[in-house]
Design a protein around this ligand. Structure first.
Ligand code: PHE
Length: 428
C-alpha cells in the first residue's frame, strides 16, 4: 500500500494528462502503456529486491550488496533526483492546496472557460502566496517523517485511494455525458502512428518512470521494509495496475472535458487546474465534489512527497552513520525541509527552473538511475554470485527476467534518451 501511495500522486492526475495532451494523446498513450510493460515491471521488481535483500535504503543497499563503495554514485544520483523532483512537486502540491481552499470558499464557482484560465494566471502571479501554499505540504510531509507516522498514513490511504478512484469514476461518467466529449475520447484513445516522434517516446518513458516512482530509490526504501514472505512480483503487479488505472481515469476525465468546454489539450502544466473546476460545475453537488476531490488529491500528493523526502532523509542518515557524529532522523528531516523550501522558492520565482527540473528529472535522471540499477542487478551482482533468488522468481523464470534486465532495459533506455534528446537520430 505504501508503494502504491508513492506511485499514485500528481504524476497520474496532474502530469499524465498534461504530458499526454502535449504529445498527441492516443499516440502517447500507446507508447506509455508499452513502457509500463517493458520498464515498469522489471524495474519495480528490481528496486524492491535491492531493498528487500539488503534491508537498507539506496546508500546502504548499494554498499552492502556490492561489498564496496564503487556503486555509491548511484545512491547520490537517487538522492539528487529526489531533490530535483521535490522542488517542483511541492510547487504543484501547493497549487492543489490552493485549489482546495478555493473550492471550500467557492472562489471559482460559476467561472467560464476563459475566467478559469485567467484565474490560474492570477494565482501564479501572487508568488508569495504560492510559496506559502508550497511550504504547507513541506511541513506536513516533514511532520509525518518527524513523528514517524507513515504507518497511519498508509492505513488511511487504504480507505482514501478507493474513494478517489470512485469519485473519479463518477466524474468520468458526468464528463462523458456532455456534448462534444466524444472528440476528447477520440483524441485520447485513437492511435495515430504518424504522431510518434522520438520526443513522444522519451516523454512517455519519462512519464512511466515518474508515475511509478522508478529510478530514484524510493522503492528500494519501501522494499527494505518488506517482510521476507512478501511476493515481489505480485506487489509490483498491484502497484502497476493501480497506478495505470488512475492515470487512465484521469485521461478519461480531462480530455473529454477539454473538448467539451473548448480548452486546449496542449495547455501545459496548468491543464488539469483549469479543466477540473469546470467539471465540478456540471456535477450534482459541485461544492462537495470539488472539496472532496482536491482534498483527496492533496493526500495522494502527500503520500508521494513522503516517499520522496524519505529517500533524502534515509540517505543522510545512512551516509552519516560512519561519522563521529551521525545525524539522526529528525536532524535530517530539518535539513532536507530547509533545502527543499529553498528549491521550491527558486521554482516559484524562476519558471524556467520549474519546467527544466520537471523534464530533466523524468527524462534524464530517473532513466539514468534505472539504467544503473538494471546494470547493477543484471551484471554486477551475478558476478559476485548474488542472484535474484526470490522464491516466486525462480518459478516464474529468472532467466527471462535477467535477460530483460541485462539487455533490453539498458539498451532501450539509452536509445530512447539519446534519440529523444536529439544526440543521434533513429527516425523522423
Ligand atoms: N510517482 C509519483 C507520482 O506519480 C511521483 C514520485 C516520483 C514519487 C518519484 C516518488 C518518487 O505522483
Amino acid at each position: 500500500m505504501a508503494a502504491a501511495g508513492s506511485a499514485v500522486g500528481l504524476g497520474n492526475i496532474w502530469k499524465f494528462p498534461y504530458v499526454a495532451g502535449e504529445n498527441g494523446g492516443g499516440a502517447f498513450l500507446v507508447v506509455y502503456l508499452l513502457c509500463v510493460l517493458l520498464f515498469g515491471m522489471p524495474l519495480l521488481m528490481t528496486e524492491f529486491m535491492i531493498g528487500k535483500r539488503s534491508g537498507k535504503s539506496a546508500y546502504g543497499a548499494f554498499r552492502e550488496l556490492s561489498g564496496n563503495n564503487s556503486w555509491q554514485w548511484l545512491s547520490w544520483l537517487c538522492m539528487l533526483t529526489a531533490f530535483v523532483i521535490m522542488g517542483f512537486y511541492f510547487v504543484v502540491t501547493g497549487w492543489c492546496f490552493n485549489y482546495l481552499v478555493e473550492a471550500m470558499t467557492n472562489a471559482f464557482s460559476g467561472f467560464g472557460t476563459q475566467e478559469l484560465t485567467a484565474h490560474f494566471d492570477t494565482i501564479q502571479s501572487n508568488k508569495l502566496r504560492m510559496v506559502g501554499f508550497g511550504i504547507l505540504p513541506v511541513i506536513l510531509t516533514a511532520g509525518v517523517l518527524w513523528f514517524d507516522v507513515n504507518k497511519g498514513i498508509e492505513r488511511l490511504s487504504k480507505i482514501l485511494m478507493p474513494l478517489l478512484l470512485g469519485l473519479m469514476l463518477l466524474m468520468a461518467g458526468v464528463v462523458l455525458m456532455m456534448d462534444g466529449s466524444s472528440a476528447g475520447m477520440r483524441f485520447f484513445l485513437r492511435f495515430d502512428f504518424a504522431q510518434i516522434t522520438p520526443q513522444v517516446i522519451m516523454e512517455a518513458m519519462g512519464q512511466c518512470f515518474f508515475s511509478l516512482s522508478i529510478g530514484m530509490g524510493a522503492l528500494i526504501t519501501y522494499g527494505s521494509y518488506m517482510p521476507k514472505g512478501q511476493n515481489v512480483i505480485a506487489t509490483s503487479v498491484q502497484v502497476i495496475v493501480l497506478d495505470t488505472l488512475v492515470a487512465l481515469m484521469a485521461g478519461l476525465i480531462i480530455f473529454p472535458a477539454v473538448f467539451a468546454f473548448g480548452f486546449d489539450p496542449a495547455e501545459g502544466p496548468q491543464l488539469v487546474f483549469v479543466v477540473l473546476p469546470a467539471i465540478f460545475e456540471q456535477m450534482t453537488l459541485p461544492w462537495l465534489s470539488s472539496v472532496l476531490f482536491f482534498a483527496l488529491l492533496c493526500i495522494a500528493a502527500i503520500t508521494s512527497t513522503i516517499s520522496l523526502m524519505e529517500v533524502v532523509v534515509a540517505f543522510i542518515c545512512e551516509a552519516s552513520a560512519t561519522n563521529k557524529k551521525p545525524l539522526n532522523r529528525r536532524q535530517a528531516v530539518l535539513i532536507v525541509s530547509a533545502l527543499v523550501i529553498a528549491l521550491l522558492v527558486t521554482c516559484v520565482f524562476l519558471p524556467g527552473v520549474f519546467t527544466y527540473s520537471d523534464l530533466v528529472s523524468a527524462c534524464v535522471m530517473m532513466p539514468l538511475g534505472a539504467l544503473g540499477m538494471a546494470v547493477f542487478v543484471g551484471w554486477k551482482l551475478p558476478k559476485k554470485g548474488v542472484q535474484p533468488n526470490e522464491k516466486w522468481l525462480k518459478r516464474w523464470s529468472r532467466k527471462f527476467y535477467l535477460f530483460v534486465l541485462r539487455f533490453i532495459v539498458p539498451i532501450a533506455i539509452l536509445l530512447i534518451v539519446l534519440n529523444g534528446l536529439g544526440v543521434f537520430k533513429l527516425s523522423n
